[in-house]
Design a protein around this ligand. Sequence first.
Ligand code: FAD
Length: 407
Amino acid sequence: PHSVVVVGAGQAGLETAAALRGRGYEGRITLVGDEPSGPCDRPPLSKGYLAGTVPAADIALRPPSFYAAQDIELLAGDRVTSVDRERRTVLLESGLRLPYGALVLATGCRPRTLPVPGAALTGVLTLRGLADAEDLRLRLSGPPRSVVVVGAGFIGLEVAATARGLGHEVTVVEAQPRALARALTPQMSDRVVAEHRAQGVRVLLGREVSALYSDAEGRVQVMELGDGERIAADLVVVGVGVLPNTGVALGADLVVGDGIVVDERLRTEDPDIYAVGDAARFPSPHAGRHIRLESVQNATDQARCVAAGICGEPYPYAAVPWFWSEQYAMRLQMAGLTAAHDETVTVGDPDEGRFSVLCFRGGRLIGVESMNRPADHGIARRLLTNGTQLTPATAREPGFDLKKLPR
Ligand code: FAD
């Protein structure tokens, strides 16, 4: 195609543009993103950037000079409002109309909000972009306050750990009976929660927020739970999951479910329109069904797959999913998808905070969750990529060590 327009200048959008140039694509590339900051690295926004250890300058995914050097036109602070599939053009909020040969939807997700009275009060925040993180960082930089995090997912727990590290009184409220229920095995999530409690965070599981109340100036002050308990809340951070940005796809009459539905080459039913990253709902050989994944790895590997497809060298997307999180001194690393496991084997020492949970389904290794065992994670990714067989019986043998497996 003579030109590629990428909608959304986040991780997936940027990596698509970069991978196209990396493959020698010589046509016009335009990257349209509605965040004025340009493509930024989101993981530090709940970790080092929030804690003040990662400077703002390190948040940009590429230095400003990259775009000119790679001849990638970055339109930051503008948004695509509609797609005309017949004329193959997109319309921008600024009034600009751009022709495309191939269109890549990399629109990401937006945070869910709380469906309770008071959810829009001053001091009730969500975290997705750099602007959100700047606001939160400023509020956390003052004297100790009562911070309540709603949702014990990765972002909520990372914010809780960072806020606690800055000396705030932190409470985490989670409606599910356990933390990270969608993402981790109980063995791993229980250990994570134990660490939060040891650090002085109050973690309330199986408890729901029913309302938020303000002071006379309209600032949030008190949170009420479903059972009537009231807790002080000078600052509320809501981390209750995200919703895929599917408006542009929907407007273009493309199939949308929980995400923009694509095939194994990440194409929508319009062969010139692709979707990548957090917003894409794709057939995963690892899950055996269509899923959406929210991770840097998925955004990056899907971007490469789509760039290959646009350059006429398509391959099916089958990368092994992996993910990480950092909370206090815990480095969590996950390889594969573990949710469907029917058997686990733990190696290492959970009490010491250095262990891995090997997850099997039908006697086959499907994923490994590690805490402070980076070598296990590296090996797990290789085993899953190569399809190397490892049975629960082998993993249970005395002295078993992933590092000693034949390479
Ligand atoms: P995004 O990066 O969200 O980019 C999408 C962009 O498109 C956004 O800028 C959006 O505003 C823009 N957009 C949407 N619609 C339009 C439109 N119509 N026109 C123009 N622009 C539009 N992942 C990990 O693997 N490890 C981590 O530790 C980790 N930590 C995280 C911490 C935080 C605080 C957050 C928010 C995310 C974290 N993630 C982490 C997830 C990771 O950042 C995402 O999976 C990744 O950014 C997805 O990339 P994406 O391009 O699909 O979406």
